[in-house]
Write a protein of this length. Structure first.
Length: 143
């Protein structure tokens, strides 16, 4: 989840948010905003346009944007229930918090899972756990 922009989205905003995450043979499903059309054209993507104003919610029985709409609704409800509002300056941090919370909500060991997600260096945890043993070995070799 990435904050693309505040206000109307542009082709450049879309490129920054998802440009490097889309495979060349992907099919982009979006509303009828002209920026999505330009993004799809620039990236040689097939575009399926869904226009809610025309009651187009599903096309060809498979193309829809309801997952995005549902996620947007859940995030808005979470923010409304947990806070008295948010600062747009920190909106990406709120989205990151929500994502981690959703990822861990069914975890049997949420604290450990959170720690694993938080460590940039995947080997740091193992090195940390072995500090005492490594120190004992160092002292033993110098005695």
């Amino acid at each position: 989840m990435t904050v693309a922009t505040m206000g109307r989205i542009s082709k450049l905003d879309i490129e920054k948010a998802i440009g490097n995450r889309i495979e060349k043979d992907a099919i982009l499903c979006a509303d009828g905003h002209v920026s999505y059309k330009g993004f799809a054209k620039d990236n040689q993507l097939e575009l399926v346009v869904l226009r809610a104003d025309l009651k187009q919610f599903v096309k060809k029985g498979v193309y829809h944007i309801q997952n995005v709409n549902s996620l947007h609704n859940r995030v808005k409800k979470w923010i409304d229930s947990a806070f008295w509002g948010v600062s747009t300056k920190y909106l990406q941090n709120y989205l990151n918090w929500y994502r981690v919370q959703e990822t861990l909500k069914n975890s049997a060991h949420p604290v450990e899972e959170f720690a694993k997600c938080s460590i940039i260096d995947g080997q740091a945890k193992e090195r940390f756990r072995s500090i005492s043993e490594n120190y004992r070995m160092l002292i033993a070799t110098h005695l």
